[in-house]
Design a protein around this ligand. Structure first.
Ligand SMILES: Cc1cc2nc3c(=O)[nH]c(=O)nc-3n(C[C@H](O)[C@H](O)[C@H](O)COP(=O)(O)O)c2cc1C
Length: 372
């Protein structure tokens, strides 16, 4: 086994703390407004075409995601794992994703690495979704740690028989929460070792603050196989932290989590930045709320759209009803909106939408941002 550093045994309190935090993270976006105040997709308009040449049911939404074919370019973004309630949510989401043949992602698998009793909250996804692509998840904090072992990364893959792994970059979140990881100097070195021994596609994933162009180029060259934009405009992790009681909120005259809750690069801008420097796969996440937002993301250069908040809401309703019907309905709604949008633009397949410069205009704040 190649080892990056010597592993410490997890402390019982750490594991309890992570579990408590997982539950709070699920509940806060449902009980409070923790969305960015501006959803930047409203500054993009798609060009209408009054007489479509095909019938609406002929519009083909299917795409390839690495080596698997899926029914539509839709990804259930990383939300949870590491708590009994997370297990219920992951089971609902994965069952619905399997039924509709879209991508499923699990939340950070750190809890599963540190406490074996929490493994089943991740494993359940593959148990109920044997065929669809599943994306695993680990944080930049873990990969940058002196204590990180390459074996841990492999355990994450095995836990869910992952098709793809995402490394989430959540430095603002770490900054504003208690006991966050604040040193990333070892990241590049540790990642290179990971890359050398792993063939699995690895995606760099932001969680609500987006990528700039310079870093996207560095990560592309470093060997990442794709990007999950996670830009500003949707759920704000700083806003979530501002609703939690932590020491950081009380240490200063102003709560950093509150002050930084609007921080970040808007998702549409970040899609353009990344596509300018990389031809690799892009999942657009951060503020997508309808199928039209998927189309807007793809026309800017993304390959797929990812949704966390929509599916957190649907799964929470399903949990109460002991069903998966709300989540299935949400997936079908997104597909219907995307198909309708393509039809109204006279486009019969996703590939014909990607990066088409004459199919959209950018207005308002986004326009000003791009033209500065
Ligand atoms: C409750 C909750 C938990 C999340 N947990 C994770 C996580 O563990 N790992 C990760 O990479 N992203 C996580 N995210 C970020 C989402 O995957 C997504 O990037 C972000 O919420 C923006 O998408 P949205 O506007 O559709 O919510 C989480 C989001 C929410 C709402």
């Amino acid at each position: 086994m190649t080892q990056i550093g010597k592993k410490n045994m997890p402390k019982e309190n750490d594991s309890k703390e992570i579990m408590d935090r997982k539950l709070e993270h699920l509940k806060i976006p449902l009980e409070h407004d923790v969305q960015h105040s501006k959803n930047y997709f409203s500054d993009i308009k798609l060009i209408h075409h009054p007489i479509p040449d095909v019938d609406i049911e002929e519009v083909d939404l299917s795409v390839k995601f690495y080596d698997k074919k899926i029914s539509a370019p839709i990804c259930i973004s990383a939300i949870t794992g590491g708590h009994p309630v997370s297990k219920e949510i992951n089971e609902i989401l994965a069952k619905a994703a399997e039924e509709e043949n879209i991508i499923m992602s699990v939340g950070s698998q750190r809890a599963g690495l540190e406490d074996p009793t929490l493994l089943d909250s991740f494993k359940i996804t593959r148990d109920v979704a044997p065929t669809i692509p599943i994306i695993g998840n680990i944080g930049i904090g873990q990969v940058s740690s002196l204590n990180f072992e390459l074996e841990d990364f492999n355990k994450c893959i095995e836990m869910i028989n992952a098709d793809v792994m995402a490394i989430h970059l959540n430095v603002l979140h770490e900054l504003v929460q208690d006991k966050g990881d604040l040193s990333y100097k070892l990241f590049r070195k540790n990642f290179q070792k990971l890359r050398e021994i792993n063939n699995i596609p690895i995606i760099a994933k932001e969680v609500g603050t987006g990528f700039n162009q310079e870093l996207a180029l560095i990560l592309d060259k470093l060997g990442f196989d794709g990007f999950d934009i996670g830009g500003a405009g949707g759920t704000s992790f700083a806003a979530i932290e501002s609703k939690r009681k932590n020491l950081n909120n009380q240490r200063y005259t102003r709560d950093p989590a509150e002050v930084f809750k609007e921080w970040g690069i808007p998702t549409p801008i970040s899609i353009i930045y990344v596509r300018n420097v990389s031809q690799k796969l892009i999942i657009a996440t951060g503020g997508l709320r309808t199928g039209i937002d998927i189309a807007k993301s793809i026309v800017l250069g993304a390959d797929l759209g990812g949704f966390a908040y929509n599916f957190l809401q649907s799964a929470w309703k399903d949990r109460k009803d002991n069903s998966i019907s709300h989540t299935i309905k949400e997936i079908r709604t997104l597909k219907n909106e995307l198909r309708s949008c393509l039809w109204l633009m006279n486009i019969d397949e996703i590939a014909k939408l990607k990066g088409e410069r004459d199919k959209y205009v950018i207005l308002g704040e986004l326009y000003r941002w791009l033209n500065q």
